[in-house]
Design a protein around this ligand. Structure first.
Ligand SMILES: Cc1ncc(COP(=O)(O)O)c(C=O)c1O
Length: 440
């Protein structure tokens, strides 16, 4: 079995790490320095640090001894992310975006005592954790009602949603999603949510790197009360999540909300919080201060160029009215080319890794063979692709879609394109490089 284990690990690293081009919109690409920092942390891998935090997100009381360095490690992570994102409150302990969502939904619904939540519909792009069929409904017993949605604009319809929020009077209204091309109307709806006594919750799992780089919307300044995010999609950190907010010391309702959310993290949902990831997360945050703007801007330009180029070549890309995307991803309708499942599999045979995706007009039962693809450009951007390289990549995608050649014949060309981009950009080359470049 050891031989088999070594072979599958090596096989994966070679195939996904070297030979294929990754366009999965929910995956990240840390720098060599962030990888190195993660690899340095051996002892931390298996330590615990259960306990309490203050409302700045810093550890206060811990139940275990041996915290001499773990405390500062957690503090640095909290501080670096708060500085980067402009927040006063943070919890760096949720080990994934789903857990961060669960803790936030639970905490906020405990403050209001209101179990109704208005969310984007799943087939219009929301994450299943927001939905009555996911943890919001099945774990927390929340009743979810859908936002209004405009398919032409691929966005929440603010007028429709305002009516829904006033009618339903929810305790929480969520924004953000998994199929997520355009900034959601937080600014337009935040006051309506407050009018009915609810909290605004923004799920930035996909777009945290774009927000940190100042190239998407700025939810906390637009009216979101709490923001959750994975730290490993457009944000180039290790897998994990954060919850952030701005808690005014004089705002007793927000203080109560932050305390309830924190209590939902520990002791309710997280016992060990995978401390090993925190130094790498801190370094990723420091990197984003240096390189985040350039990375996020190029990512959006690459995604936009892909949308335009595919569209010019007769492929149906959604959101044309608004320029296809303002984020790292595009949505493509491939019904005419065999449907999402068959096309995603053909792409894989051509060494292009992406995922099939529901589109807004799909029947929810079409989840195993939806009509679309979701394509993300954050990883190729980190590998150094610019607009011209994106066009080259799109030509290979078009070859698969239009069956110009067999996928197996296209695969070597994809690997050759990948091989031209061996380095990771927009990050430090090593921990020593980081120290030197930051003059420390
Ligand atoms: C919008 C959104 N929220 C939450 C999650 C869950 O994040 P995680 O995989 O870190 O649990 C995802 C996953 O892709 C997502 O797209």
């Amino acid at each position: 079995m050891i031989r088999e284990l070594v072979d599958v690990v090596n096989g994966h690293e070679q195939w996904r790490g070297e030979e294929t081009i990754n366009l999965i919109a929910s995956e990240g690409c840390p720098s060599p320095a962030v990888h190195e920092m993660y690899d340095r942390c051996h002892d931390l891998w298996h330590r615990y640090a259960e306990g309490m935090n203050d409302l700045d997100g810093f550890p206060t009381m811990r139940f275990y001894q041996g915290q001499r360095f773990i405390g500062p490690i957690e503090r640095l992570a909290a501080q670096a992310l708060k500085d980067l994102l402009g927040a006063s409150f943070i919890d760096v302990r949720p080990v994934s975006g789903c857990i961060a969502n669960m803790c936030t939904f639970r905490g906020l619904s405990r403050v209001t005592g209101n179990l109704r939540m208005v969310v984007a519909p799943v087939n219009y792009g929301a994450h299943i954790s927001h939905d009555r069929h996911g943890l919001a409904g099945h774990v927390l017993g929340l009743e979810t009602v859908d936002h209004g949605f405009n398919v032409e604009e691929m966005n929440i319809d603010p007028d429709e949603s305002a009516k829904i929020i006033r009618k339903v009077e929810p305790g929480i209204v969520t924004f953000g999603g998994s199929l997520f091309q355009f900034p959601h109307p937080v600014r337009e709806l935040a006051d309506v949510v407050r009018e009915v006594g609810g909290f605004v919750m923004y799920d930035a799992a996909h777009v945290l790197g774009l927000i940190a780089g100042g190239q998407f919307q700025d939810p906390l300044r637009e009216g979101a009360d709490f923001m959750t995010a994975s730290t490993h999609k457009t944000f180039p950190g290790p897998q994990g999540a954060i919850i952030i907010a701005n808690v005014d010391p004089d705002d007793e309702r927000m203080r109560k909300a932050a305390r309830k959310v924190q209590h939902s993290v520990f002791p309710i949902s997280v016992s060990n919080h995978h401390i090993r990831r925190l130094p790498a997360l801190t370094l990723a945050a420091l990197e984003m201060r240096e390189f985040g703007k350039a990375f996020a801007a190029q990512t959006v330009r690459n995604a936009q160029r892909a949308g335009e180029y595919l569209n010019e070549n007769g492929i149906k890309v959604l959101g044309e009215a608004k320029g296809f995307t303002r984020s790292h991803q595009i949505a493509v309708d491939v019904q005419a080319h065999g449907g999402g499942k068959a096309v995603a599999e053909a792409m894989e045979r051509a060494n292009i890794i992406l995922n099939m995706n529901m589109l807004p007009y799909d029947d929810p039962k079409a989840v195993f063979d939806p009509s679309g693809l979701r394509i993300g450009f954050q990883e190729v951007t980190r590998r150094g692709f610019k607009e011209g390289d994106i066009e080259e990549l799109c030509d290979l995608i078009i070859d698969v879609l239009l069956a110009h050649r067999k996928p197996e014949e296209i695969a070597p060309d994809v690997s050759a394109l990948r091989a031209r981009f061996p380095d990771i950009h927009y990050g430090f080359g090593s921990v020593d490089d980081a120290l030197e470049r930051m003059g420390q």
